[in-house]
Design a protein around this ligand. Structure first.
Ligand SMILES: *[C@@H]1O[C@H](CO)[C@@H](O)[C@H](O)[C@H]1NC(C)=O
Ligand SMILES: *[C@@H]1O[C@H](CO)[C@@H](O)[C@H](O)[C@H]1NC(C)=O
Length: 395
């Protein structure tokens, strides 16, 4: 190479090098590792699949609830029932899309073709099973299925939840249940009801047949809280139905009042391979009137202390924008405005004008806060009860 060419070569090389350096400085700030860094197996903390349903007018509440339970390792499916409009669904979709971490991890979906959810009818049960089926299909990496509605709110962060569930066998199911039906036998199980939501286009209410049925003797009916946390393997068993029991019970449940309080409970307790994976609790904080009404009371600031002391993971029910939700955001979740609940994965600077979760690092690490302690205690008690078999399906 002649000397003048050599000189030109060096110049170009230097220019290229500094350009590369400059570009790499730009691309490392902000740091936002991609979903390829997700690690989800038994060596890593568990992940959750949330089915979050609401009805007409719930898009903002659903968005707030999503932000409060969001974590890049989890999976989410949002559903606004047929009583809501496509306009509301679009609005919710654009709210979800405004969150940069969700755009990157693409772990939130919205049901585009919604289901009917008749109050007290079995179409609601069908919608939950469909939600579970979609979550099983779109994501192979989660461990537990959690059903929330727009009226719920978390009492722990996702770092807390995943940390506490790290010490739980991943085949365990949290289903509050009893075989002591009491008044429910005569009022919920024996009456035969029909849910027009299963076959009529327009909205309707369940209606009662004049005949009543006999109590079944092919299986035992269990009932309990509709708010369940299911292991992946048990949900697969219900959805895929290689044994006929889940299907038989589904058909039986279709004519029952509030089948959501009967279906999973009866399937699990009548299945020998799953009944001993049932922890008898729904992980929820609820307060009931005396005598109890159909729904628990609306919680407010007066309930805050007891709610936090309860060691539950979620609470219901709340009115929209209830002040106690702001209190939970501030004191427990450390969440502000339209931002997700921060976790160990958020590495950005935190101030009132910057969202720490616009930058992230290792999404597989957790940093439980002080509220994880109560939840951990109550989980240890539940697991103790489960091990000592004092609280299981009594056939
Ligand atoms: C649950 O029961 C099944 C079958 O009855 C048994 O194989 C399994 O080991 C039991 N699991 C536990 C945790 O007891
Ligand atoms: C909270 O609700 C209860 C009824 O459930 C009511 O008695 C109480 O006054 C309410 N407290 C506040 C601060 O609104």
């Amino acid at each position: 190479m002649p000397t003048d060419k050599k000189w030109l070569f060096t110049l170009i090389l230097t220019a290229l090098l500094s350009l590369t350096l400059l570009l790499s400085t730009f691309s490392t700030t902000p740091s936002t590792p991609s979903p390829a860094n997700l690690r989800r197996d038994l060596n890593y903390p568990p992940a959750f699949a949330y089915y979050i349903s609401g009805s007409s007018g719930d898009s903002e509440r659903l968005f707030r609830l999503l932000l409060s339970v969001y974590h890049p390792r989890n999976r989410y499916l949002l559903h606004i029932g047929t009583d809501g409009s496509d306009e509301e669904r679009r609005k919710l979709g654009s709210l979800v899309n405004s969150v940069s971490v969700i755009r990157t991890f693409r772990n939130v979906d919205l049901v585009g073709k919604p289901d009917k959810t008749t109050y007290m009818g079995s179409s609601s049960m069908a919608a939950v099973l469909r939600g579970g089926s979609i979550l099983l299909k779109v994501d192979k990496g989660w461990d537990w299925f959690v059903h929330l509605t727009a009226l719920d709110y978390p009492l722990v962060t996702q770092d807390d939840l995943s940390h506490v569930f790290s010490s739980v066998r991943r085949d365990l199911n949290f289903i509050d249940h009893t075989s002591d039906l009491g008044w429910k036998e005569g009022q919920r199980v024996l009456p035969i009801v029909v849910d027009p939501g299963l076959y009529l286009g327009r909205r309707g209410q369940i209606f009662h047949a004049t005949e009543k049925r006999k109590m079944p003797d092919a299986f035992k009916v269990f009932t309990g809280s509709p708010w369940v946390t299911l292991s992946r393997s048990f949900l697969e068993y219900c959805v895929l139905g290689w044994d006929n029991l889940p299907r038989t019970l589904l058909m039986f449940s279709s004519n029952i009042v509030l089948s959501q309080e009967v279906y999973f409970h009866s399937v699990i307790c009548n299945s020998p391979e799953f009944s001993n994976t049932t922890v008898n609790n729904d992980l929820r904080y609820m307060v009931w009137d005396n005598p109890p009404k159909m729904e628990p009371v609306f919680l407010n600031i007066s309930d805050y202390k007891q709610m936090v002391q309860s060691g539950a993971a979620f609470a219901r029910q709340f009115a929209k924008d209830e002040a106690v939700l702001d209190m939970i955001d501030e004191k427990i979740l450390k969440r502000e405005g339209n931002r997700v609940t921060p976790g160990a994965w958020c590495t950005g600077r935190r101030s009132w004008f910057t969202d720490p979760c616009l930058q992230w690092g290792d999404v597989n690490s957790l940093k439980p806060g002080k509220h994880a302690k109560k939840f951990k205690e109550s989980m240890s008690n539940l697991l103790y009860d489960w091990k000592t078999q004092s609280n299981q399906c009594i056939l």
